[in-house]
Design a protein around this ligand. Sequence first.
Ligand code: B12
Ligand code: SF4
Length: 509
Amino acid sequence: MTQLRVVLIKPSKYGIDGSVERFRKGYMPNATLWHIASLTPKTIDNIPVEVHTIDEYVWQDLSYFQLLHQDPQVITLVALVGVQSHQLHRALDLAAYARHRGVRHCVIGGPHPMTCDTTSLQGRGVSFALAEAELIWPQILEDALAGELRPVYGAGRRWTEQLPDLVINPPSSADLTRYGAPILGLYPVRGCPYKCNFCSVIKISGQQVRSPTVESTLESLRRAKRGGVKIVKFVSDNFNKFPQARELLQAMIDEDLGLKFYCQCDTQIAKDPALVELLGKARCYEMFVGVESFNRKTLKAAGKYHNHPESYAEIIRLCNNAGIRPHFSNIIGFPDDDEQEIQHHLEILKTLHPRIASFYILTPIPGTEQYDDFRAEGRITEINLDRFDGSCATWTHPRLSRERLEELLYRSYTQYYGFLLKNGGLPDDDLRFAVFSRYTAGLRRHPMAGGYDRIRVDALPDYVALRRETYDINFAPLPESLRLSVEDEALNRRADWRVVRLNTQATVN
Ligand code: B12
Ligand code: SF4
């Protein structure tokens, strides 16, 4: 009897030393894997479908490569999911490996192919998914069963108008042990009405805020709890722009689900003390906020008009009062930054004292407006997409050399966490994270790379010949950004600006 075997892989990336980044314990299960696994039916036309989920970051051996071969008893579909720009080479190599071992159906989807032109890589036996899985995954499964994938899916339309009420099945208990804690990533709302020029979120999920029903998210939470999950990470970018946030939080309180959770909010949360209080009551333990810079001029130049540095202290106050640890995400190396400015940034950060801080180097991520601008101005110097990961200098900064920028990134981590550790009084979890971040940054590794305790198993030289043979490249060319279709533009125009003012009085000045 025919059977469809779907192998979903979240590819890792090649590190600076060429090895595939793998960790003894992961930071959290990649949300895309379980999202797409949950979108996959158990049978199609009475044909059983078997799904495998591989998060490469946390596989310490290559046993999953056994799945990447043609088995005469089954039809195999290998899907590389959630592929970001710095993971493209790894995705291409895994697809090439599977093709080489006889797998006929391979597809690459996620942020990079959705937002960047992959034409030069197409038509070589590997398909590309240019739209949300909700729109095209059923067609891909059907085509695999019918015997042939198309070279490209979803070219005319990136986003679905209406998201289905998908209930997520959590990772198995064996899979959960691969992470620092039994965590699950959920995506209860997507899209962001703002237009920061360095951000690809609006290119991946659009400006209209869309969500499935609160009931389906609640059901995912109930299943997660039954499946042994203790912590949920809501990976939606602006939880405070979610019109049903209050309804969801109240239901979580009423049902006493007992799950701790993390969420991301924009800085306008400073004007919504009631929502912060409700988040705390619903057991939010960490709020990630993209503060990026303390310089209003820099923020305006980046299109991040809604960030007002004078409100950052209020976010910390509200979070601390609600028992939530504030996590400030910072970008260093904006075009106007210099060494003094970055040091000044750190000094202000120390005064504000968020319990968690993360730092990234400004990176022109392919697909974004900033990438297009920098490219047009000939400023991008890096040709290897593996380096577009927020930890490497990829463009010519007017005042800071490549080496200096990278030194300043790791110095920001060591200084800030050194300061927190010296001050003492950290709760256990914060203390562990502070020690880890300081130590990792000291080794010049990014603490947010995806896990703890790196291990080396395989490396780029094991795959380059196959890459060349399959795609005729050493490196994928730096891509053009993909333009939105008329339909996607129309959906963006329908972005409801009332959402921006929903909880707050957003000011654009
Ligand atoms: C959670 C998250 C992380 C976590 C990842 C944890 C983990 N284990 O997964 C952490 C904190 C580690 C992280 C780190 C980084 N991240 Co991050 N992250 C996110 C975030 C907030 C959510 C991703 C997610 O889970 N989405 C939910 C799933 C369900 O959505 P999805 O993957 O997009 O999948 C949908 C579609 O893409 C499509 N799809 C995806 N795969 C496939 C496959 C097929 C076959 C099909 C048909 C469709 C399809 O359908 C899916 C359902 O609609 C996104 C922002 C965002 N909202 O997308 C940024 C984002 C993905 N990160 C980004 C970046 C740049 C990084 C960093 C490099 C640095 C940084 N500046 O943040 C580091 C790199 C670390 C590393 N080594 O990888 C960028 C990627 C840009 C790009 N084009 O490559 C994003 C988009 C944010 C941004 N600033 O623009 N990140
Ligand atoms: S507010 Fe955040 S998610 Fe929205 S465009 Fe700006 S950086 Fe992207």
